[in-house]
Design a protein around this ligand. Sequence first.
Ligand SMILES: [Zn+2]
Length: 326
Amino acid sequence: MISREFPPILDGHQDFITAIPNQDRDFLTESERGHVDLPRAERGGLGGTFVSIWLSDQRAEHNAVGYSLLEMNDYLRICDRSAGQVRAVRTTAELDAALDEGAFAGIIHFEGADPFSYSLKELRVFYEAGLRSLGITWSRPTIFGYGVMFRDPQPKGGLTDAGFALVEECKRLGILLDVSHLNPAGFWDLHRVMDRPFVATHSSVKAISPHVRNLDDGQIRAIAEKDGTIGINFALSFLRPDMDRQNDDVPLDLVVSHFEHVINLVGDRHVSFGSDYDGTSVPRELKDAAHLPVLLREFKRRGWSDDRIERVCNGNFRRVLKAVWR
Ligand SMILES: [Zn+2]
């Protein structure tokens, strides 16, 4: 049963489907390895997450459709073995039910549109299989657009014609669009054609850490303008002003300052969690899902209202999904 000290956290991004096969552990059993499993989620009040399906360069190049199916299967099999405690939610009613009942709510997310061809025929079938959230790119190009590369210079191109067609098909189906890995030109192309909320599932604030994956104030305002939300990423290099990716001695103050920068700029309807657990190195004090209440207690200590904490924990993502999902 989920801890009820705080509202359940709905996290924007976790990579345990990628991490677990290399760590000799199981999602349903508590482990010292990695960041998230069901027992640690329950202790930390983690109600669910966007479950990232991510492909290595080799998998993306050789058989993106096949490997995406295998990785979705990995999550669905965890759900099958969990006796209803871990779920793949496809509707806001299913999301609400999982969070209310204290089950783990997983939203299947593709970190990059690599499996889809120009025809977009694959997308329709993956939707039927449970896909409800999509990043147009990871940090490599697809036929649809360009990702933020790990080092400058960044690609200048925006969305391709196929990219604009992909956006329209996602609107039609009710798939949430995520800009976290998209390059700035692609971001602004998407913003221009969106008549509904979109999100950055796992990015932090560029005004604090100048990392290429973080969002500048103009992008934060643009996401808020469409009533979307931003999941703050716990990656050391995204949080720290010096972008040091080894030093896990990150004060809680600094983590909170990313949330509060967004709140001061556009209000508390547009910021959420985007931990990137099991996909990156994180601050010592937030070393796994069981430690999430440490941050929530810090919010409280700084005088955040219960309403604000509820919005940041899950309300903002829930509002966006109600606007986007069919
Ligand atoms: Zn990512």
